[in-house]
Design a protein around this ligand. Structure first.
Ligand SMILES: [Zn+2]
Ligand SMILES: [Zn+2]
Length: 135
């Protein structure tokens, strides 16, 4: 296996390239199978034919933190503030506060937040910059 960022050989058990410090699978400049340079947008390596899967880059936001915020403070949109989805967060916050005298609206927002919590734990939701959440 080769580092996708610098093309140096690396042990399959290594989590990080010892040459450039890039996490295994991150980067798009080299084929992980044969180590030849590939185009960043290539889906298949033209040298060896292996499929090039682009692992989403992992950002600094935590899956656990986002998920717990969604479960406990999701009605106030706190998890979306955390992830950077400010517009969505404000909608959840305002609907919950302004329509708190109704039963339906806060419940709907709560269900919405729980659905998002599940998606966060399943890794289906990234932060607002498109970075995957860390485990
Ligand atoms: Zn490297
Ligand atoms: Zn290759």
């Amino acid at each position: 296996m080769f580092c996708r960022n610098c093309g140096n050989a690396m042990d399959p058990n290594q989590a990080v390239c010892l040459t450039c410090g890039t996490p295994a699978g991150a980067g798009s400049a080299f084929c992980p199978n044969c180590g030849n340079p590939v185009a960043p947008s290539a889906v298949v390596c033209v040298s060896c034919g292996v499929a090039l899967q682009q692992k989403p880059a992992v950002g600094g936001k935590s899956k656990i933190a986002a998920g717990l915020l969604a479960i406990f403070l999701g009605q106030l949109g706190i998890h979306n503030f955390y992830l950077g989805y400010t517009k969505k967060a404000v909608i959840q916050l305002l609907v919950t506060i302004l329509l708190s005298w109704t039963f339906v609206a806060p419940t709907a927002i709560w269900i919405w937040a729980i659905v998002e919590a599940v998606q966060i734990f399943q890794g289906k939701i990234t932060d607002a910059n498109g970075m995957a959440l860390s485990d």
